[in-house]
Design a binder for this molecule. Structure first.
Ligand code: GLN
Length: 189
């Protein structure tokens, strides 16, 4: 399985390591041609506004096509990129998953936190690392919620797109990436 990790900025290397631990082959994606042949893509955390600035027009177009046709997983800033609607401030979303999302909604950097909660990924609680996290404010009817922080959805899936507002690549728990690789294998959609 060949998985791309968008590597313009942010937390891409931890995703690379986790995916490799789980047996995937990983390509760091920086240019339009890097999308060729990928079975799936991870958009990491970082700063979504910086991603939008750093993506040239051609790479943006390839990214846009990819997320609407192949399995994609966005974490934190990556989830913001995939959303239908982005607030605080308003910014373009790729509209690959029917969620509206609010940037930096849980407070400032010092308020970053680790939460353990139940999830759909098994009986063990899931460790979730939040760093200047966005909040998913609404989900469309076709969106499955796989985990919540309090009442807020924090891990969601629609068709072959997954989004997490936390950083699963920073936990020991491999289940979230495993779930994404399952999606890639089953070629949902
Ligand atoms: N605050 C970032 C944003 O708004 C997301 C933070 C992260 O990816 N850890 O894009």
């Amino acid at each position: 399985m060949l998985i791309g990790v968008l590597a313009l900025q942010g937390d891409f290397d931890a995703h690379r390591r986790r995916l490799e631990e789980l047996g995937a082959e990983v390509v760091l994606v920086r240019n339009p041609s890097d999308f060729d042949g990928l079975d799936g893509l991870v958009i990491p955390g970082g700063e979504s506004s910086a991603f939008l600035k750093l993506l040239g027009e051609d790479t943006f177009q390839k990214l846009n096509e990819f997320v609407h046709s192949k399995p994609t997983f966005g974490t934190c800033a990556g989830a913001i990129m995939l959303a239908r609607e982005v607030e605080n401030p308003r910014q373009a979303g790729l509209n690959a998953i029917d969620i509206s999302i609010r940037r930096n909604a849980y407070g400032r950097q010092i308020d970053s936190t680790i939460v353990e909660a139940a999830s759909a990924l098994g009986s063990e609680p899931l460790e979730m690392v939040f760093i200047r996290a966005p909040r998913i404010e609404s989900v469309g009817k076709d969106v499955e919620v796989l985990a919540r922080r309090g009442d807020d959805p924090v891990l969601v899936r629609q068709g072959s797109v997954m989004a997490a507002t936390f950083h699963p690549e920073l936990s020991r728990d491999q289940r979230v990436h495993q779930e994404f690789l399952k999606l890639v294998r089953n070629g949902a959609r």
